[in-house]
Design a protein around this ligand. Sequence first.
Ligand code: FE2
Length: 667
Amino acid sequence: MVNYEVTVYTTNCTFAATFNNVNIKLVGTEGKSNRSWLFSIIGSLALFKGDVAHFTVSCPKSLGTLFLIELDKQDFLLFQDSWYPSKVEVRSPEGDTYCFPVHRWITDREVHRFREGKAVKAFEETNTLATYAREQELIGRKKDYCWDESKKGLPHCIKGEIPLSLPPEVTFSYTKHTEFFWTAAIGQAEQHLKGLEKRNESWTDIDALDRVFTYRTTDMSEYVQELWQEDEFFAYQYLNGVNPIMIRCCKVLPKNFPVTNDMVFLHGHGSLTKEIERGNIFLCDYKRLDGVTPNTINGKKQYLMAPLVLFHKRQGKLMPIAIQLKQTPADDNPIFLPTDSAYDWMMAKIFVRSADFQEHQLNVHLLRTHLLAEVFAVSLLRNVPMVHPLYKLLVPHTRYTLQINIMARLALISEKGVFTEFAASGGEAMITIMERSLSSMTYKSLCIPDDVDERGVRDIPNYYYKDDGLKLWDIIFKFVEGVLSYYYKTDDVVVKDSELQDWIQDIFEHGFLSQEQTGIPQKLSTVDELIKFVTMVIFTCSCQHSAVNSGQYDYGAWMPNTPISLQRPPPTTKGPKENIMMQTLPDISTTVKGMSTMWLLSKESSDFVPLGQYPEQYFTEGFPRKQIKRFQRKLHQLSVDIKIRNEPLNLPYTYLDPASFENSVAI
Ligand code: FE2
């Protein structure tokens, strides 16, 4: 007889323990053990949450190299519970240690197979049982994770009406769940107590806005309240605010934006034409919002513009120099200038900020991070088994994404969702804007080095999103390159990896609706292509989401800076007129609904996992684990550098400090 020492790790989270009877079978190249009951002298308490339990499995002879275990859990006195093991380690009589990552809830009485931690691609399998286990795993996953079409023209999503329709390993932890709903409830209760949530009238006093969320200011939201009318701050938000990907170098003035040399005063920097030639003029064009039908809120028709905004870069700063609120030039669509009356110029900027809220939430935040991250996740879960290196690399970057998106579909963009009811672009407009956004979601625009070049913004100073984002891209790229070059030594390996090809094909089909003009690859032919694509996936799920998500409350807490809707039409002439700013801004209930939602969506949970931390240890081999350590060191150094850079700044840019954001789209 020979003995195998089996160590079972139960995850340290609420309800992870089991009091049921657990059985194990060890499978090696030379044979299998009997199905053995993991019996301990302390009985079922051996598999308590966070505990490590030791057992012995005896076999008549050595099983050779172990590559798989089978686990099953049977009722104890007719009582069945759920168990969440993290891993199983087995020490063989030859003295080798094998590690089997699990990280799955076992809720039934079925046999579940888990592979040894060494990453294996499908064509490298040499054992029929291993191949069988691999196929069965994907058959099961394709049943658990089905594609669905929530709205025609949008990326496909996970089939599931409520979070409970998801397998338990991809849902919120108990901690995350409790904190999320507690934050939501507190926000609502506060508004309810103040009696604000049902008041449909306009604000009469701008100072009253200060008292909406008395205790919920952030340093940044206080700055915003102070600076929101400043031109320099208005421009700053296009670099380091929540929508830092809209601004681009203006090489030719759009025909529908007839700004002339005489109109703009460039403070002694020459003519507009010359400054365009020198690359100092920048443009934001909200054409995707043109012609959509704005929402009706609390029975009142709302207004949504599709502005064009021109900026001038001078003395290391970006300044707005012209705004046209509608796309078609006309007498009732004047080009507003900083030299106009303070009221006209301020109202023009308010309409731009409101348009930016719609563009940011629907395109930049929802589509380009949340929905895309969901596509990456569903495709991975359906096509790639746990033993595959890509699964090990990417699964931590899918944490909580499916649940947060189901919740967004339920609470934000459903028929009665907050966005549908209270945003200018809620309802019918939303789908049109998102469909238009999808066709602009090119592969280049998702890869920050290409995007920065394509937008011609590499030389803008104090553009911290760009500076930190490029450094993060580089760090992630080197990490991905380090790991994947180990598993893909030649391009041929990439080509013949059928699971990898299925993964990318599904992303093209379900995420980009097979639109070839997006430039998203339909197949991967080289190691370089693979590394770049996987870098983009990790960057999008972690860095890009943080850049467009974390500042929502900072920039939105002072409502006039980010009006989620506007109740009156924009000015159609310049010159003296009645001041209707307060009647134009959102009414009281719309304001507080928007603010409490932004508060909720900017709040981190205490079980947050920062970029580059992999507590679940899917990789067990030395080489990738070394790459992870290197990755973590580089991220730590960047975090230190960003903190030093931020110290003297009045407006520190923290959204891309890797210590402060998650691996995945989780909020
Ligand atoms: Fe988000």
